[in-house]
Design a protein. Structure first.
Length: 170
């Protein structure tokens, strides 16, 4: 296998950083994750900061959040007191954890707020608005059911994705 070119790695890091907004995380956090994805060996926070031109404080906060998401692990190297970091080695598990986090941090609160609004709001004279919000709630409830079944377990998610892949045209 051919060794990865540094320019290609950096292009990937920047693209992944831009895409991070889609998963609901900031650009620095996504760039750090991408840097770890393309790193062959565990990397310490200083190397990450220097390579990505990010402050140590920002790097530390982003690494902590990535660890909370379960997509980055802190490791120790024998004979070295520094903390080193690696990405989750299983890409399926990593993407599964990202999907779980997105659902719990974004989708679930939005659906809860909508349901609360529908239950508590005085919609007198706003039948059109109430009907529209009820339709949105019905659609989101259906999506919630499907997503919840899809994300019920990592094994189930892999199985369902494999099944969908067989049906998708190439």
């Amino acid at each position: 296998m051919k060794k990865m070119d540094i320019e290609e790695k950096n292009r990937f890091i920047e693209s992944w950083g831009s895409m991070g907004i889609l998963w609901g995380i900031n650009r620095s956090m996504a760039r750090i994750h991408a840097f770890l994805l393309v790193s062959e060996e565990p990397v310490d926070a200083e190397e990450i900061s220097n390579h990505l031109s990010i402050s140590r404080g920002n790097t530390s906060m982003c690494l902590k959040e990535l660890r909370n998401w379960g997509v980055v692990q802190r490791v120790n190297l024998s004979g070295d007191r520094r903390d080193f970091y690696i990405t989750e080695p299983d890409a399926w598990r990593m993407l599964y954890r990202i999907a779980l986090n997105r659902k719990s941090r974004e989708f679930d609160p939005a659906l809860h707020a909508l349901r609360h609004l529908l239950a508590e709001a005085d919609m007198q004279g706003s039948e059109k608005v109430h009907e529209r919000l009820s339709q949105v709630e019905e659609i989101l409830a259906t999506l919630d059911h499907v997503i919840s079944k899809f994300l019920e377990s990592e094994t189930r998610t892999r199985t369902m994705l494999d099944f969908i892949k067989t049906m998708a045209p190439k």
